[in-house]
Design a protein around this ligand. Sequence first.
Ligand code: NAP
Length: 316
Amino acid sequence: MGVDRLHVVFGTGQVGSALAARLAGLGLAVRAVSRHRPPALAGGIDWRAADVTDPEAAADAAKGASVVYQCVNAPYTQWPELFPPLQRGVLAAAERTGALLVALENLYGYGPTGGRPMTEDLPLAATTVKGRTRAAMTAELLAAADAGRVRVAIGRASDFFGAGVTQGSTLGERVFGNALAGRRADFIGNPALPHTYSYVPDIAAGLATLGTDTRAVGQVWHLPGPATGTTRALLDLVAGEVGHPVGIRSVPKLAVRALGLVNPLMRELAEMAYEFDEPFVLDTSKYESAFGAAGTPLTDAIAATVAWYRTRTSTP
Ligand SMILES: NC(=O)c1ccc[n+]([C@@H]2O[C@H](COP(=O)([O-])OP(=O)(O)OC[C@H]3O[C@@H](n4cnc5c(N)ncnc54)[C@H](OP(=O)(O)O)[C@@H]3O)[C@@H](O)[C@H]2O)c1
């Protein structure tokens, strides 16, 4: 594979590192970019240090790319100030290299849907601070594409879980780590409602498809994952894997709001609580019709995630 087919992944975090591994596994030339060298990257992946808030540095790091992927993220409590400039750097890199830009987004931009499944044609009607930030970032990408400055494919995924996902996710340490340690899982909201959870290897596979299949260009795609069920049913699968029941330590919303007055992270979680007060269902049929079904069965995804948590020497 020549450098003219170089795939450059911006961000080496939870999704970026899995995506880089996926692309390398497909036999593609891959470069991963972040400020700090990640502790582990799959073999054969070139890594380059760059701060993407500097468009020159971002463009330089993307030199030779045919596809760039936006998998950077800003601290959860500072999205409005810090996230848009990160994406602008990746956008600048795509524009200057002429590479296709594949951007990973979450579902915050849609806002509450009254339980209606989310399809790609829903308006971005977010009412939260982070949701409006995300919607404005999407608008910037689409405006650049409409102006002919860049080719874009957008992949959206829901709250995710998987090996290596510990923080920054509903289904991280406070669910899997707690369950293995015999503690109750922390959960804000109603566990009896259907909620789509995405699985990191499926997100990586979906983004790789968007970056390698020209039919994806110019569109938004909901990335497939395990079938949607209730959070309670998912926790029952976790219980089956850890070998004992997993209770829920439910954090009342009023308490979350009150804690939010003094704790910035709680404040950020409180504004997203609507996701767990109504069915939160991602419709991925558009992707599946175009590219085929691709989600990992939930039982396999949970088993692999619990197996990864078991390999860690300790759980906090
Ligand atoms: N959490 C979820 O459940 C979820 C669900 C769906 C979609 N998403 C979306 O997925 C995307 C990726 O999230 P993630 O959880 O994989 O991210 P993450 O684990 O927080 O990693 C973020 C990455 O961005 C890099 N980065 C941050 N600032 C940078 C800068 N100035 N220059 C270069 N690199 C920088 C970080 O590396 P350095 O610090 O070393 O630079 C890190 O590798 C985000 O858009 C997120 O909203 C998340």
